[in-house]
Design a protein around this ligand. Structure first.
Ligand code: SF4
Ligand code: ZN
Ligand code: ZN
Length: 303
């Protein structure tokens, strides 16, 4: 078994076409594929003010690593933004990792916490609301805080490390929950219509698998441990993740096919939901599709 292009020792076999690649051919393949996505879906423009969401994990540091390589060429302003949910024993380690990486690369790192912004850590919210799934609160808070802080930083784009596995999970979750309106906001660049209150989220790794991103991170020495959040086991997303991994093992190409089919119908979905009105939450003023935004509704219920 050798690299398809240079016949040296391979580091990875790509799952969708069974091609073996060595370290340097894989890095070239990976970055070319991300750049193709950036170009094809117009994710970046010259002089963009990009805020990169980082958690200190493999996906987010890999996307930050790629953006650093593009920074001078595209004249980008680049800031890293980390959301500290307040999850003991999990987030502390990844914050240290993100701080170290940003310091080495001379990238400004902003940190925003649930405690400062919503009054409590996720751990204490969960302690008081044992029957509420942690991820259902956490996802809403994180999305809102990332958008709000990026807007305050005058970002023109918010980059995330979402990969093909993440997107396949979101597509399937929305299908199984009959939540097509949520699906219309997915894609390599999120949102249905431009609104200055929402910073468009871009996903350069949209067509790269989790395994490929993990390999890229490993080859760049970006993370030294792959620990998972303590609450992940209770989430619906992780059930879907296991289901898709199982399907992928039995039927290779399943995830690629799911995302490719979705991309074909996405313009129709965006068109269907383009006239939905975006209001301002009566309570906090943040953009919302209902009178009171999801963040305020959750806070009222659980805190
Ligand atoms: Fe938050 Fe759930 Fe992710 Fe943990 S697994 S960080 S609770 S969304
Ligand atoms: Zn090679
Ligand atoms: Zn609100």
């Amino acid at each position: 078994m050798s690299c398809k292009f240079c016949k040296t020792k391979p580091v990875i076999t790509l799952t969708n076409n069974k091609i073996n690649l060595c370290k340097s051919c894989f890095i070239k393949y990976f970055e070319r594929k991300a750049l193709k996505t950036i170009k094809q879906y117009k994710l970046l423009e010259k002089k963009d003010n990009v805020v990169c969401a980082v958690s200190g994990g493999k996906d987010s540091l890999s996307v930050l690593n790629l953006l650093i390589k593009l920074k001078d060429k595209m004249n980008l302003t680049l800031t890293a933004l980390l959301i500290d949910e307040g999850i003991k024993g999990y987030r502390n380690k990844s914050i240290e990792n993100a701080k170290k990486f940003c310091k080495e690369k001379n990238i400004k790192l902003e940190i925003a916490s649930y405690k400062e912004n919503f009054g409590k850590t996720l751990d204490s919210m969960k302690k008081k609301n044992k029957n509420t799934i942690a991820c259902s609160m956490c996802g809403v808070f994180r999305r809102s805080l990332l958008n709000k802080k990026s807007r305050e930083l005058k970002a023109t784009k918010l980059a995330t490390g979402h990969n093909l596995d993440d997107e396949a999970q979101s597509i399937l979750m929305n299908q199984l929950r009959h939540n097509i309106a949520l699906s219309s906001r997915l894609g390599p660049i999120t949102g249905v219509k431009r609104d200055p209150r929402f910073i468009p989220r871009i996903k350069p790794f949209y067509f790269l698998t989790e395994k490929e991103v993990a390999t890229y991170a490993f080859l760049h020495n970006l993370v030294n441990d792959f620990n998972e959040c303590v609450y992940c086991e209770e989430s619906y997303r992780f059930e879907i993740r296991d289901l898709l991994n199982d399907m992928e093992q039995k039927h290779p190409g399943t995830k690629h096919a799911l995302v490719a089919s979705f991309i074909e119908v996405l313009p129709l979905l965006k068109n269907k939901f383009k006239d939905i009105e975006i209001r301002s939450c009566k309570n906090c003023g943040e953009p919302s599709s209902s009178e009171i935004c999801n963040v305020c509704q959750i806070i009222k219920k659980i805190i």
